[in-house]
Design a protein around this ligand. Structure first.
Ligand code: NAP
Length: 331
């Protein structure tokens, strides 16, 4: 199969492209003009330049492929509009470019557990629940999902709602790893918030398994390991993998998190001149997510329909991740 992967330089894309190639597929990795492919394994992978914000750049990238895995997204950004442009308008532009070529194309949209909202071990998110996204990012991913489903009569579309990912090239967790390496473990509200976590290699293998499943029989799936992990335990596993015997737990309570959230919101309402100083990577949703009830889903439907199971347990996944960051002098 010839497969176009967007977001190829990201956490998921950079694990997915070599996995698809090694499974015998022809891979075309879409990268932006500004993207760095330095940390990517690009052997026998075709590179196509494209930006979902520049619709005219997408036609060539989409030409002649049998399947598209749309993993490009913005989780962070200065404001909601910047995130929406990439996640919603960008998905529309890509679908538009793809459908002009071959209506028989398979389109896999990589969405997020946050499109469904919050879930706990007692009440995990399931595909048949009404989605209640609580963050900007989650809302834009849900909007994009709806656009994808509108195209389902013209191409075979599937939405994968992935849980919290970690692994090499991640842009979210490294500050936490560095803080723990420094000797401080931040525990929002005591660290009891539970999450479904998945190493990027396992998320990539879920995508491959879906591509190899002729008809998965549903248009939306949660994908996850079946063992949610409290934040505090995740930090403990990271601490052990870093080889730190002591790390001081610092509990950040709801009021402090709310203030951080309000401060980020206020900074965003300042005049442009000042607002532009906010780093583009500032993520307005982080306090909201960490204060939420949990990011837990039930992924049994995906496992039943595809036979997929994750390969790495949390400790193995974290050890590999830390080793990669050390090899690249990033912690
Ligand atoms: N990370 C998670 O915890 C998580 C959890 C659930 C779902 N997901 C979903 O999984 C997918 C992959 O996430 P990730 O964590 O791998 O992402 P990531 O590491 O943040 O990388 C984002 C990718 O999208 C590309 N991109 C951003 N804006 C673009 C644009 N305008 N045009 C084309 N490409 C653009 C980036 O290219 P550059 O290299 O040029 O910046 C990068 O390759 C996303 O759809 C995300 O919503 C992620």
């Amino acid at each position: 199969m010839k497969i176009l992967v967007t977001g190829a330089t990201g956490l998921l894309g950079s694990a997915l492209c070599p996995l698809l190639r090694d499974a015998g597929h022809d891979v075309r990795a879409m990268v932006r003009q500004s993207s760095s492919t330095d940390l990517m394994d690009v052997a026998n992978i075709e590179i196509a330049t494209g930006n979902v914000l520049e619709p005219e750049s997408l036609a060539a990238a989409a030409r002649g492929v049998d399947a598209v895995v749309h993993a490009a997204a913005a989780a962070m950004g200065r404001d909601e509009e910047a995130i929406r442009r990439v996640n919603v308008d960008g998905t529309y532009a890509l679908l538009d470019a793809v459908r002009k070529h071959d209506p028989g194309i398979r389109f896999i949209f990589i969405s997020s557990i946050t499109a469904g909202g919050f879930g706990t071990s007692q009440h995990p998110l399931r595909e048949d629940m009404i989605p209640r996204p609580a963050t900007t990012y989650g809302r834009t991913k849900l909007e994009a999902e709806e656009i994808v489903r509108e195209h389902a009569s013209r191409m075979a579309c599937t939405v994968l709602r992935l849980p919290v990912l970690f692994g090499p090239r991640d842009r979210f967790f490294p500050p936490l790893y560095r803080l723990i390496a420094f000797g401080i473990t931040l525990l929002p509200e005591g660290g009891s918030m539970e999450m479904c976590l998945l190493h990027a290699e396992d998320a990539a293998s879920a995508v491959l398994r879906l591509l190899e499943t002729h008809d998965p029989g549903a248009d939306t799936f949660y994908v996850a390991d079946d063992r949610p992990v409290p934040w505090k335990r995740f930090c403990g596993v990271v601490q052990a993998a870093l080889g730190r015997s002591v790390s001081m737990p610092v509990s950040v309570n709801r009021n402090v998190m709310r203030r951080a959230e309000a401060l980020l919101d206020r900074l965003r309402s300042l005049p442009d001149r000042i607002e532009r100083r906010i780093p583009p990577d500032a993520c307005p949703d982080v306090p909201r997510l960490l204060l939420g009830r949990g990011l837990v889903c039930d992924a049994s439907l995906f496992r039943e329909r595809t036979g997929w199971t994750p390969r790495l347990d949390l400790t193995q996944g974290v050890k590999r991740t830390i080793a990669w960051y050390r090899d690249h002098d990033m912690i």
